[in-house]
Design a binder for this molecule. Structure first.
Ligand code: PHE
Length: 465
């Protein structure tokens, strides 16, 4: 139901009860599930373990955790706040809030940056989610029963070498994403409610298995003892970029979800819950995967294939492995699904608002564009694997550009806007924090710490400092 949408009337803008044209979450819990559904995804279970493996373990994990606490959490609060105050797609929200604050309309480009980042991320995200779907089928049909580490690796190698298979799974996943998005906020809400708790339970089960069967001590040592000699400016950028990626920040996904958030919900405590849940899932994934990596003599730095080359070994040897394994990959698909819908939602919301399109048409248009882009990633694992730009394949390049550059840049602008452009009264009113100290800490982090940290990391990588 559309109640009252923000009108372009300067004087009235902040006094009206605004509700997004797309609807509203039914409860606070619905928002928590949806935002956690967006945050928890391939980033936690697929990407976090492999980039931790590539970047040497403990010290990287520590930098990542610091980035979550000092940059991610304050910016997430800012992004939700913007969304709820604007109550529209990120592009229109930024345009109106800039106007409200008496700033230049160029801030709407922040919304555009996010829409483009969303397309680019979803284009490869969907390909990897397709891998998870394919593995759901393989594991549950017992393909890996009794398999050795070598056998599992070679199955993975053959799989990604086949562009047609990857394309088919990528297409299926894109269709699934479009179907949910077309149904609007309620569709999103229903989908994530049961999936997140189920994923958590299964992950815990896997950790227990890894504890018993894998080299748990070495994994703990790898993940939590920091050796700073392994840290480079690039790995700090990766850790920071991943903090944005894993919390879905810097591209409008959380902003657009915030625009469906009822007025009375407290943004601060809700953000903390989401960030903690997201971090817990990533660490649990690490604790499930690395004991198996070490026990089977695999390379922690084997890249994007890491979970597909480790977990099937475990499933191939445990009792009822094909059931548990099937379930695990199924839930991974669901986790990816609930993230992918948020990647495309900013674009869809804008098309509906500005181009007068039905949600269905908007979904088809943005979904097809993303699908086409995804073909580039499909091929980068096989036919064009040798084509490199800046020493990176198409997939690596997209991943680097989005996670390490576009998301932190978007986050930086969000911090600058809320910290420096928006009035204190407005941010205070929207956050509704009861304790002045909590507000003080947040605004200090947002104004000074987060932007400086992002800038230092950027300048450091370019070699200026
Ligand atoms: N946070 C998601 C994950 O970890 C990915 C994502 C990034 C989703 C940006 C939305 C926006 O898998």
């Amino acid at each position: 139901m559309i109640r009252l949408i923000c009108r372009e009337n300067d004087n009235d803008i902040e006094f009206m009860k605004k509700i997004s044209a797309q609807g509203e979450w039914s409860t606070r819990l619905a928002f928590i599930f949806a935002a956690t559904g967006s945050a928890v995804g391939l980033g936690n279970i697929w990407k976090f373990p492999y980039i931790t493996g590539e970047n040497g373990g403990g010290a990287f994990v520590l930098v990542y955790l610091l980035c979550i606490a000092l940059i991610g959490v304050p910016i997430m609060m800012a992004e939700i706040l913007l969304g709820r105050r604007g109550r529209q797609s990120p592009i229109n929200t930024m345009r109106d809030l800039a106007k409200e604050a008496g700033a230049k309309p160029y801030w709407r480009w922040l919304g555009w940056l996010g829409v483009i980042a969303g397309f680019l991320i979803l284009s490869y995200y969907s390909v990897i989610a397709g891998w998870a779907m394919a593995y759901f089928v393989r594991v549950s049909t017992g393909v890996f029963e009794g398999a050795t580490a070598d056998g599992v690796s070679s199955i993975f190698g053959q799989f990604v070498a086949d562009p047609e298979k990857l394309l088919a799974w990528h297409s299926l996943f894109m269709i699934m994403t479009m179907l949910v998005v077309a149904r609007g906020v309620k569709g999103l809400e229903r989908a994530v409610r049961f999936l997140m708790p189920a994923l958590l339970v299964l992950l815990l089960l896997l950790v227990v298995y890894a504890m018993e069967q894998g080299d748990f001590a070495q994994a703990l040592n790898f993940l939590f003892s920091a050796d700073f000699s392994k840290i480079t400016s690039e790995s700090i950028l990766t850790a920071m970029g991943h903090a944005f990626f894993t919390l879905s920040l810097g591209m409008g996904a959380i902003m657009v979800y915030g625009s469906y958030l009822p007025d009375k919900v407290s943004i601060g405590s809700t953000t903390l819950i989401i960030a903690l849940a997201d971090t817990a899932v990533a660490l649990l994934a690490g604790l499930a995967i690395f004991p198996l990596v070490f026990a089977n003599g695999l390379e922690p730095s084997s890249g994007p294939g890491l979970i597909f080359q480790t977990l099937p070994i475990a499933f191939g040897h445990m009792d009822y492995g094909s059931v548990f394994g099937g379930l695990f990959f199924l839930l991974l698909v669901f986790a990816a699904w609930s993230s992918s819908i948020s990647l495309i939602e900013p674009a869809v919301a804008w098309l509906v608002e500005n181009k007068n399109m039905s949600r269905m048409r908007a979904c088809i248009l943005s979904g097809t564009t993303t699908w086409l882009l995804g073909i580039g990633t499909v091929l980068s694992f096989n036919l064009t694997a040798d084509v490199r730009l800046f020493d990176k394949t198409f997939f690596d390049l997209l991943d680097y550009l989005t996670a390490n550059i576009m998301l932190p840049l978007g986050g930086l602008c969000i911090a600058l806007f809320v910290g420096w452009v928006m009035s204190r009264d407005d941010s205070m009113a929207e956050l509704k924090m009861k304790r002045p100290l909590a507000y003080g800490i947040w605004i200090f982090l947002l104004k000074y710490i987060s932007p400086t940290a992002v800038l230092i990391v950027f300048l450091n990588v370019i070699g200026i400092i």
